[in-house]
Write a protein that binds this ligand. Structure first.
Ligand code: FAD
Length: 438
């Protein structure tokens, strides 16, 4: 069974203080509920289960430390709008449901941050969607039409006004949408892990290597130093859900990568003419994401890889090439900051599906999962994890019906080697077509 294998070079994680001492799975355990995966989805699911059943024993188990997985190493956009393909969905009600769910997730995160004083650079900064070349401009025009159809507010920014925000003249135009929040993902996820309800026990560095039916309607989860028996299992394991034998050949493991600079010093800030605390995603999704953090770091994110062995599919030579590509994208935008070094480059794995459909629901008796978010999992993971707990305890709500209406079965992938060939050539073609936006 393939286990998570994330690099140890994530800047967001490195910027945190050392974590509290680890508790891991040991010996024979019995739990009312087990949640595997402590990313956005698993953390939200465990918290909600505790809300429904304050007397239940709930174990939240992760192979790594909290925030070492994708949820702690993303670009930190908590996006209210449906992603591109969902925004193109022909049914307006479908899109309104997605918007409502994402906004409920944002409200939930806001409330947790306020209640527990989580220090994570949380900010209602909105989001710029930026275009560099003709292709990007065409995508922006399409994006504006989709937003108008949806009745969502936005405004266009260009020329000196855009330059005064971004500190670069690299972009021709951007569309600003106000509903997005920015955050430090590792700080947010760590903060949520540190503030779990009392009846949730967090077990980290505890990979589950095998699931077995116990013959009495429950499951036994095997770890290296212990086992857990439970009748209710919730999987917040994203792409790794397929390693447990579920949704086999329906999910695609994809990696994307980010680099960030050292914090700009005062002299460099004199040369940087933009603002702090903004985020820009590319008009064409295969382009480059850029962020300037509250603590003066510039972040570059681009490049997609199909990774059948997850983190193990990436070698040092590939990492060096990605680092060089990030540097090129940085210098194209900020030639006057050529003396600012990158301090960290990292990657992360997530799940997409060929029909852009997310899975949410029951996999078999007593086993539930939210898996696959097509790369925008901060909001989606939060709300889908929450509602998965509702489903598992049998609680009904309008939101639960909404998420059931907008999710479905990811389509089946062709067998290897056709799958790998097809995905790799699609990624290459997208990168080539979007080269102006990289
Ligand atoms: C570089 C990058 C930038 C991104 N930018 C954004 C962004 O700005 N906004 C956004 O919304 N999304 C973004 N994403 C995507 C986002 O990070 C993911 O969609 C999201 O984190 C998925 O959350 P999750 O809880 O479903 O899964 P994950 O965060 O992947 O959590 C799954 C957990 O399961 C654990 N696990 C897996 N197998 C086992 C096992 N056998 N035993 C025990 N534990 C196991 C893993 O260790 C992991 O912690 C980005 C991703 C990357 C990599």
């Amino acid at each position: 069974m393939n286990l998570p294998y994330d690099d140890k070079t994530c800047g967001w994680y490195a910027a945190l203080p050392p974590p509290r001492p680890v508790q891991s799975l040991r010996g024979e355990q019995i739990a009312d509920y087990v949640v595997i995966g402590a990313g956005f989805a698993g953390l939200a699911a465990a918290r909600r289960l505790a809300h429904h059943e304050p007397e239940a024993r709930i174990l939240l188990v992760d192979a790594q430390r909290v925030a070492e997985g994708a949820s702690g190493r993303n670009s930190g956009f908590v996006i209210d709008l449906p992603h591109k393909f969902a925004l193109e969905h022909p049914d307006p009600a479908h899109k309104q449901r997605l918007l409502g769910l994402n906004r409920a997730a944002i409200a939930q995160l806001q409330s947790l941050i306020d209640t527990h004083g989580i220090d994570c650079q949380w900010s209602h900064a909105g989001k710029y969607q930026g275009a560099v070349g003709e292709r990007g401009l065409a995508y922006l025009a399409h994006f504006e039409k989709l937003l108008s159809d949806l009745g969502e507010p936005f405004h266009s920014v260009e020329g000196p006004a855009l330059q005064s925000v971004l500190g670069t003249s690299h972009y021709r135009r951007a569309v600003f949408t106000p509903g997005c929040y920015l955050m430090q993902p590792a700080a947010l996820v760590r903060g949520m892990g540190d503030s779990l309800p009392k009846n949730v026990e967090l077990l980290e560095n505890s990979p589950i290597t095998r699931l077995e039916r116990d013959g009495r309607g429950g499951h036994v989860l095997h770890g290296s130093a212990g086992r857990i028996r439970t009748r209710r299992l919730l999987l917040g394991t994203s792409i790794f859900t397929q390693e447990f034998g579920y949704l086999k050949n329906r999910l695609l493991p994809v990696m994307t990568f980010a680099s960030w600079t050292a914090p700009l010093d005062d002299a460099q800030c004199q040369r940087y003419t933009g603002r702090f605390d903004w985020g820009l995603t590319p008009a064409d999704h295969a382009g480059t994401t850029v962020r300037m953090t509250q603590d003066r770091r510039l972040i570059i994110r681009n490049t997609y890889k199909h990774v059948p062995k997850y983190g193990r599919s990436i070698d040092d030579a590939m990492r060096a090439r990605i680092h060089a590509d990030h540097r090129k994208a940085f210098l194209a935008r900020y030639p006057d900051l050529a003396d600012v070094p990158f301090t960290h480059t990292w990657g992360g794995v997530y799940a997409i599906s060929r029909n852009f459909t997310n899975f949410f629901g029951q996999l078999e008796d007593g086993v539930f999962a939210s898996a696959c978010d097509n790369g925008v999992g901060a909001a989606w993971g939060t709300i889908s994890g929450t509602l998965l707990a509702d489903l598992a305890v049998g609680a009904d709500s309008a939101q639960l019906r909404d998420i059931q209406a907008v999710t479905g079965m990811p389509s089946r992938n062709p067998p290897e080697p056709f799958l790998g060939l097809g995905v790799r050539s699609r990624i290459k073609l997208a990168a080539w077509n979007s080269r102006s936006e990289l």
